[in-house]
Ligand binder design. Sequence first.
Ligand SMILES: [Zn+2]
Length: 162
Amino acid sequence: MCDIIWCKKDMGDGKVCDTVNYLDPYCFWNWEGKVACAHCGTVYYIHMIQGHMYAGPDEKPGEKPDILPLYADQPNNGYFNYLPGIEGRTRPYTCLPRHIYLGKADMVKFSIRGRPVRGWRPQPPSAGVAGSQGYFWDIEKLTPEVWEEYQEKIRKGEVKDW
Ligand SMILES: [Zn+2]
């Protein structure tokens, strides 16, 4: 968990909600918005940066939540709990980062000095023993388009030693 929201909302009769809402890193690691308490529905604004509670939780009466916690329980009440996926209380358990973190890695073909680097994909089918190219990486043969780009960089003076 990144953090929790321990809801202390006054429920009347001297009782408080006393529910711990767990903020899972899959969703909340970098997140700003409103979360509802799974038990009483109180809406809290939070702003998390790198798993740290930068702002909040601040109560937002009358506002709608953007999202629900994944899990909540009541440690002072025999650990009564709300498991994931309870309609209107908790989110389903998909255990996936939000869509913005599910992209593809950047393909870097050239170093900061403009030299070709090998650590990019997709590598073309190679040759040799077990697909190895030995110690010589024949960039011109393996990836003519990167070779052409490299020649262009050399012509423009973008390739440096330092
Ligand atoms: Zn509550």
